[in-house]
Design a protein around this ligand. Sequence first.
Ligand SMILES: CC(C)(COP(=O)(O)OP(=O)(O)OC[C@H]1O[C@@H](n2cnc3c(N)ncnc32)[C@H](O)[C@@H]1OP(=O)(O)O)[C@@H](O)C(=O)NCCC(=O)NCCS
Length: 172
Amino acid sequence: MSAAGEPTSGYDEAMGSARIAYRPLSYTDLPQVLSIERRSFSAPWSLGMFLIELSKPSSFAIAAVDGRRLLGYLICSRYDRDWHLMNIAVDPSARRRGIGSGLLEAMLQRGGREARYTLEVRTSNRAAIALYERFGFRSAGVRPRYYADNGEDAIVMWREQPLSSAPSPAGR
Ligand SMILES: CC(C)(COP(=O)(O)OP(=O)(O)OC[C@H]1O[C@@H](n2cnc3c(N)ncnc32)[C@H](O)[C@@H]1OP(=O)(O)O)[C@@H](O)C(=O)NCCC(=O)NCCS
């Protein structure tokens, strides 16, 4: 996504020549969002939760589209100085084609590569954890019984840029 929020192109699908575009998610995308959401999560967000997130000036949301078809989305909110990845999902029929990666790449472009990002993920969600680790997120602890639907723990992950200019403590 460009700084102006215009769609960017271009992420080649592994399986073909179709081009996926990444653009701001809008209210008119919400019917397709809810369809993906309900097929992706055991405790899906309601329409009201999406409406609240989209209305926040401190949030941004990104859509991955193939023409008019929504293939995935991501929602990120700013708390104090840090970005919180609130939601990401890809249509089950379009997974493992790089769309989740494209959404995270668009998030870093929009929120800034130097910024700090955090998220919670179910301990059982190996797919998402593997994706986040690829993008530099690291586990920082566990929130016990964070998920109300089944009492599952959440892993808290952070992506922080190393302080490249800071001197490394010698001998430690
Ligand atoms: C997590 C999710 C967004 C990933 O989307 P995606 O488009 O399939 O991700 P990508 O194709 O970009 O995958 C990038 C890498 O992530 C890892 N990954 C993704 N899915 C994986 C899986 N099912 N098992 C293991 N690793 C996986 C792999 O390292 C993969 O690279 P590879 O395909 O070259 O092996 C998708 O699985 C999803 O929507 N899940 C349901 C919703 C969800 O759990 N959201 C996260 C909530 S915290």
